[in-house]
Design a protein around this ligand. Structure first.
Ligand code: TGC
Ligand code: FAD
Length: 393
């Protein structure tokens, strides 16, 4: 009788998901992982506490080709969607704010220009944005229009060959450090996208202070008072909510991968802590209740990664639908938040400090749960999809 022998699965890649990646994907993943280990993890606790994200780190991300990496041409790296997703996972292992920076630059600011812009707009802006020389932000949400952005009040009216923009936007990532804002506004022709240089007369950005989440990321309120925008700064190829919602598909896709990174960081931190921390003369990892928590987290991280990879392969094949992106965003983020809370409990009192990454991730994930479509909105998108009944209003 032949003897069967099995290698014990890795606690940090239990289902051997690495084996589903090709060499190029592994290389990219490892490069970003190293960057996070060298440049983010040593200082992120301090940045988070101080409420800053250093611009030079963004420059380094640009030099690695991360901005607009899944877009073709115009100085962009043109990687696969899976590669983009894996980069998000690694960056968010560091901090959701770091991944946010990449999402906003690549998926929310560069993508609309790449998808809906004129040839001249693409050539003007995209190479500089890929290089990190121009930083963008994305203005969709308003104080009174969050989950329902189609109720926006920001508006633009034609004035000769220019447009006059009035209104305000709320919760805008990178708003105070951006060089351009892609602003979505109501016009007589529908919802249009405006590329607004942030030094335009009448443009104001004010940082939102006292955040208890996503602190290593700038969030701002934008105000537009008779901002004059030339017609050739308006995105020509879309005039409806399809414009901003298409950008959200891209960013939500990055988030569904990213959230798994945050969950993995929490799981690994709790696993290491539980192995070292002794109570009642034994490591707390030896208690059944702790093992249950560790196993739940491990399963959740592996399942989240499998879902992400599957959706990534579908996106690369051109078959992924917005509703399927909602599936991943909704489920991976809520599971990551649950994992972070569980990890926090394993760390006991230490779990509430910034000495460990867990509380920071847990607080960040409250934002991730809310932005890019709240958990409830994605639930309703899925409900609509499977029943054919719209329950939004
Ligand atoms: P609806 O009437 O269904 O459709 C209006 C038009 O849009 C098209 N469409 C889409 N196109 C592309 N992708 C999608 N996912 C689309 N969903 C709808 C649709 O075909 C139609 O096109 P057309 O040309 O026929 O006019 O849309 P609605 O206005 O009723 O919206 C429905 C709803 C609630 C799902 C939508 O408003 C929504 O997703 N709300 C959530 C808002 C949200 O996610 N905001 C995020 C703001 S940005 C942000 O949070 C950045 S965080 C920073 C970071 O990522 O780090
Ligand atoms: P609301 O829409 O007021 O929702 C409040 C609650 O009501 C939620 O639980 C929601 O799910 C629920 N709700 C609403 N409608 C329904 C419904 N029909 N059925 C059931 N429940 C419902 N936006 C940008 O445009 N650009 C950015 O760069 C950006 N960055 C952000 C960064 C941070 C740190 C944060 C916190 C937000 C950011 N946002 C950005 C805004 C974000 O997208 C919104 O906060 C989000 O869409 C929710 O809108 P709201 O906060 O107005 O909440």
């Amino acid at each position: 009788m032949s003897e069967l022998s099995f290698t014990r699965p890795s606690p940090t890649d239990f289902l051997a998901i690495d084996s589903l990646l090709d060499d190029e994907e592994v290389m990219l993943r490892d490069t970003v992982r190293q960057f996070v280990s060298d440049r983010i993890l040593p200082d992120i606790g301090e940045w988070w506490e101080d409420g800053v994200f250093p611009r030079e780190v963004a420059k380094e991300m640009a030099a690695m080709g991360l901005f607009g990496m899944h877009l073709e041409g115009y100085g962009c790296a043109g990687t696969s969607n899976v590669a983009y997703g894996l980069a998000c996972t690694e960056l968010e292992y560091g901090d959701s704010g770091v991944r946010s920076f990449m999402s906003v630059q690549g998926s929310l600011s560069m993508f609309p220009i790449w998808k809906f812009g004129s040839e001249e707009q693409k050539e003007t802006w995209l190479p500089q944005m890929a290089a990190g020389e121009v930083i963008g932000c994305f203005g969709l949400t308003e104080a009174d229009s969050g989950s329902d952005p189609s109720s926006m009040r920001t508006n633009a009216k034609r004035d000769g060959s220019d447009w006059i923009l009035n209104g305000s936007k709320m919760w805008i990532t990178n708003g105070t450090i951006a060089d351009i804002a892609v602003v979505w506004a109501r016009t007589d022709e529908g919802i249009r996208g405006f590329i607004v240089p942030t030094d335009s007369k009448g443009f104001e950005a004010q940082a939102i202070k006292h955040k208890a989440s996503l602190r290593a990321s700038v969030t701002a309120e934008l105000a537009f008072t008779d901002v004059r925008v030339p017609d050739d700064f308006v995105l020509p190829d879309v005039a409806s909510m399809r414009g901003p919602l298409s950008c959200l598909n891209e960013a939500r896709f990055g988030i569904l991968f990213g959230a798994v990174g945050a969950a993995r960081a929490c799981y690994e931190s709790a696993l290491a802590y539980a192995g070292e921390r002794t109570q009642f003369d034994r490591p707390i990892a030896g208690f059944q209740l702790t093992q249950q928590k560790l196993v739940d987290m491990m399963v959740s991280v592996n399942r989240g990664m499998l879902v992400s990879l599957h959706l990534g392969r579908m996106k690369d094949a051109g078959t992924l639908t917005p509703e399927q992106i909602s599936f991943g965003k909704m489920d991976n983020v809520r599971n990551a938040l649950e994992a972070a809370r569980t990890a926090r409990s394993i760390l006991g009192g230490n779990g509430i400090t910034l000495e460990y990454p867990v509380f920071r991730h847990m607080a960040n994930l409250e934002t991730v749960y809310t932005y890019e479509g709240t958990n409830e909105i994605h639930t309703l998108i899925l409900g609509n999809s499977i029943t054919g009944l719209n329950a939004f209003a």
